[in-house]
Design a protein around this ligand. Structure first.
Ligand SMILES: Nc1nc2c(c(=O)[nH]1)N[C@H]1C(S)=C(S)[C@@H](COP(=O)(O)OP(=O)(O)OC[C@H]3O[C@@H](n4cnc5c(N)ncnc54)[C@H](O)[C@@H]3O)O[C@H]1N2
Ligand code: MOO
Length: 401
């Protein structure tokens, strides 16, 4: 089988990954979620002409030639409207958020007044009609369209929805990603490591990427290289309602690479396997019981870069949220040899030279080396068969941080 180009593989993966169904949640649980339908206002805000300042509700004409004395006939704190109507020569003590009483056409701020005697206030400045009044419906009218379908519920959108009196919101279901590491040699961090054994590392990074893309994660732990154990873990993922099943390792061609075999035995269909990518060649994608399956290569750097390039966009697509564009233009800080048929993602340190990002590839790019990945700020993306390049040549960067 030939190697599928990275862009083709991504397009195939996303073609079958439409937005998940909606669920209704209390608004307190909706932060960061994606609206599943347009949102309209259930009420008008403000629902009355409201004072924007602490001061006195007045008739502008009464204070047109200051100083002007006004009789204070009552007060209107927020939440307690004044019941009467203001007549000529009268004022109502009012506070920010209070209902502007009938008869008043403006609010004079208290800094522009002084108390003359008990029950009498003196305006020391004039005020323009309408000044310091938030008109009924200034923000929105009942029935108005407020938020689009697909809007991410950020701080402003969430507060607006609450203000419009929505206690619950219809949001896109958050994808559930089940992650299974495979390999007889793997032990969880903190273990006493025996001969030939290593620590399972990348599932933590894969889980972190999944969560940051808006998914919930089900950690299926580590399965040994036995078909029955892998099958059992896949069944757990299905029972838990996973939308995406991610396997790590066992994706290549060795005698102990059993993931594909297990998947096929469970009735999975394989959409593609092996792509023109370095690291990440043995990446596999398919479907099992209506779930997406992404088989990541075991090499830690390969699995993390494949997660960034494939898993994150898949989650974004299911979650109905636009993915963040992590690509930037940069220049090379050091020369690179010509590339072969695999699209390369080279770990690079980046320095800023004015507004230019200067990226220098690490000299050793072995896909087991997590330290080089942690030190990198970007991946230099090299197209298949790219010619040799010199320091200073333009390059495309996939930013990591
Ligand atoms: N004859 C060939 N051999 C290999 C090929 C090939 O085309 N022909 N491809 C190589 C490439 S590229 C990669 S990438 C690896 C990926 O193989 P697998 O997905 O089968 O991964 P494993 O063999 O299970 O593991 C590879 C390596 O990574 C370690 N590993 C696995 N899982 C974890 C984990 N969760 N945390 C940390 N480290 C892990 C594992 O111990 C191995 O050292 O295949 C090449 N071989
Ligand atoms: O993906 Mo493998 O790590 O290309 O080396």
């Amino acid at each position: 089988m030939g190697l599928m180009p990275v862009d083709d593989a991504l397009a195939r993966l996303l073609a079958g990954a439409g937005r998940l169904e909606a669920e209704t949640l209390p608004i307190a649980d909706c932060a960061g979620r994606v609206l599943a339908a347009p949102l309209a206002a259930l009420r008008t805000q403000p629902p009355f002409d409201a004072s924007a300042m602490d001061g006195y509700a007045v008739r502008a004409a009464d204070v047109a030639s200051p100083p002007a004395r006004l009789r204070v006939i009552g007060q209107a704190p927020a939440g307690e409207p004044f019941a009467g109507v203001l007549g000529p020569g009268e004022a109502v003590r009012i506070f920010t958020g209070g209902v502007v009483p009938g008869g008043a056409d403006s609010v004079l701020i208290q800094e522009n007044t002084r108390l003359a005697s008990d029950g009498v206030v003196e305006a020391t400045e004039a005020v323009a009609p309408g000044k310091n009044i938030r008109r009924r419906g200034l923000d929105f009218e009942a029935g108005a369209h407020l938020l689009d379908d697909g809007r991410v519920l950020d701080a402003a959108a969430l507060s607006l929805a609450a203000s419009a009196n929505h206690a619950r919101l219809g949001v896109v279901k958050r994808p559930l990603v089940a992650i299974l590491a495979t390999g007889d040699e793997l032990l969880p961090p903190g273990s006493t490591v025996g001969p030939g054994q290593i620590i399972a590392s990348n599932l933590y990074g894969v889980a972190a990427l999944a969560r940051s893309a808006g998914a919930d994660v089900l950690d299926l732990g580590i399965a040994p290289d036995r078909e029955a154990a892998i099958a059992q873990a896949l069944e757990r993922a299905i029972q838990a309602g996973a939308d995406i099943i991610v396997t790590i390792g066992g994706a290549s061609v060795g005698d102990h690479d059993l993931v594909q075999k297990s998947l096929l035995a469970q009735g999975a269909s394989i959409d593609f396997w092996k792509i023109a990518m370095r690291p990440g060649k043995p990446l596999m994608a398919g479907q099992l019981a209506g779930r997406h399956v992404l088989g990541l290569p075991g090499n830690p750097v390969a699995s993390l870069i494949c997660s960034l390039v494939f898993l994150v966009p898949l989650i974004s697509s299911l979650a109905g949220r636009p993915g963040e564009n992590l690509y930037r233009d940069g220049v090379l800080g050091s020369a690179l040899p010509k590339n072969d048929l695999r699209q390369d993602f080279l770990r690079a340190v980046v320095r800023e030279d004015g507004d230019r990002l200067v990226a220098s590839a690490a000299p050793v790019q072995d896909s087991s080396m997590l330290r080089v990945l942690a030190e990198a700020r970007a991946l230099i993306v090299r197209e298949p068969f790219a010619p040799a390049a010199a320091a200073g040549d333009p390059c495309r960067l996939l930013m990591l941080r």
